[in-house]
Design a protein around this ligand. Structure first.
Ligand SMILES: O=C(CO)COP(=O)(O)O
Length: 237
């Protein structure tokens, strides 16, 4: 399974380096078999390759190799650190930073053309959830418009917007229902994100179509993130 941490706009370079080295040690000590990803801020990127199943990824990028786009980070700047996994379509980029779906799809195609691993994020806002599962699925499938769902290195993260950062994850039956409906058309790994923490990760990972988690807040504590990885190692599916 995949256990991913999204640092969002947190951690200095020094603290991120210490965190990542701590997780490397944790995975070596526990002989973890999980695929672990840490999405650190750009300033914290470096080449961390001591543990084969731990990769540091980028939370964002501008869809060019390089060029004249003041303030942006292109793929050339990611490749310098051996970054080969990216987040695309996170709800905070869609709803806070107002990134259009067309631009998200453009980033997707760019990353795919560079053979990057992509964690593609989808999720509905509360007002859609209140209209019921059919409205939720209609909203989610719109987020796949123009997205190659057969791309070999695609991983999908279902993150209901209303569960992100609230401390209240979606109910297990809601997670199961959405993942099962996504599975009707998608063959790639399905992650859940939205207030995952030590206390609920085991039950979430036992959800039938759940192949892992994408964690924000609770993963910013290295002991907690190491414990989540250990719990994932204990889950037999
Ligand atoms: O956005 C998320 C991961 O990308 C989830 O954040 P929280 O775990 O803080 O709800």
């Amino acid at each position: 399974m995949m256990i991913a941490s999204n640092f969002k706009t947190n951690y200095t370079r020094a603290k991120a380096d210490s965190f990542i080295k701590s997780i490397q040690a944790c995975m070596t000590r526990t002989k973890s078999e999980q695929e672990v990803r840490i999405f650190a801020p750009f300033t914290a990127l470096n080449s961390f390759d001591e543990v084969k199943n731990l990769k540091v990824g980028a939370q964002n990028f501008y869809p060019v190799q390089n060029g004249s786009f003041t303030g942006e980070i292109g793929f050339e700047q990611l490749e310098e650190f051996g970054i080969e996994t990216v987040l695309i379509g996170h709800s905070e980029r869609r709803h806070i930073l107002k990134e259009s779906h067309a631009f998200i799809a453009q980033k997707y195609d760019f990353a795919k053309a560079r053979d990057a691993e992509i964690i593609y994020c989808v999720g509905e806002p509360a007002e859609v959830r209140m209209q019921g599962i059919d409205a939720v699925m209609s909203y989610l499938w719109e987020q796949f418009e123009g997205i190659d769902i057969h791309y070999e290195k695609l991983i999908i993260a279902y993150e209901p917007v209303w569960a992100i950062g609230t401390g209240l994850s979606a109910r297990l039956e809601d997670i199961e229902e959405v993942l099962e409906r996504l599975r009707e058309k998608l063959s790639k790994p399905l992650l859940y994100g939205g207030s995952v923490k030590v206390e609920n990760i085991e039950s979430i990972l036992h959800v039938k179509e759940c192949d892992g988690v994408l964690v924000g807040t609770a993963s910013w504590n290295e002991e907690a993130f190491c414990e989540m990885i250990r719990i994932a190692d204990s889950v037999k599916k």
